[in-house]
Design a protein around this ligand. Sequence first.
Ligand code: SF4
Length: 284
Amino acid sequence: MTDASLDFAGFTPTWCGGCGNWGIGKAVELALKKQNLTPDKIAMLFDIGCSGNMNDFINAYAMHTLHGRALATAVGVKIANHSLPVLVTGGDGALYGEGGNHFLHACRGNHDLTVIVHDNSVYGLTTGQVSPTAHKGHKSKSTPQGTIDRPVNPLLLALTQGATFIAQGFTAQLPQLTEMIEAGMEHKGLAVINVLQPCVTFNKVNTYAYYLKRIQKLAENYDPSDYRAALEITHLPLEEKFPLGIIYKTDRVTYQDELPQLEAGPLVHQSPFTNAGELARGWR
Ligand code: SF4
């Protein structure tokens, strides 16, 4: 590879000035570099939304998927080549809403993926309709009287459905967020990193000031291997406190570990007739 090809920088981002996506984009780029990865040694899957436009802003093997389908596509990519680190990026709308089904199954299967959620409680790209993490009563274009639904609690959802690495970051705290993404990438199994990300244009409730008043670093002696402690912390009232840090981490066999077809190495390096021999014979 030439030196230029080691650079993850793509097109200049078109995000609104002050958008929390800038911090997440920078943290992802820094984490990839710190992991000594190159653009051809990672697969990135982007969902639809402002966050998904990062597909153009980062230079790497990437796919901009259908809405809500980034996780499902990532599962396929990982099975095709489980030697590649696979990183998924999407908004809370895409990953907990349209792709909520895939989120549950990625957690319970402990697929070996790193999932970064741009949690801004609105659909920014379509001008600010409420999304799954919006708090009850949130007024928006789509809910002028305030949303009726209770918000999705992403950390609790991930924990109870079997994700083995769960963290929450804040886009304005770049060093911690970068470390969190690196730790998620080093983890074997499903890593979910929910990032509090103000949409400065369409969400006038969940602002930087709002989060700065409510974020709470985990205590020095917090033990992320303690499931009960994680359960307790993910039950914090959503509108009052937002824990920041690695909330839960455990080791469990991954989906890919249990697939006998992968024992001979990544499928992309196997002859299509090695494992499909029986099946192919059946077709004749
Ligand atoms: Fe960011 Fe919101 Fe602008 Fe989208 S609309 S780029 S989420 S500030």
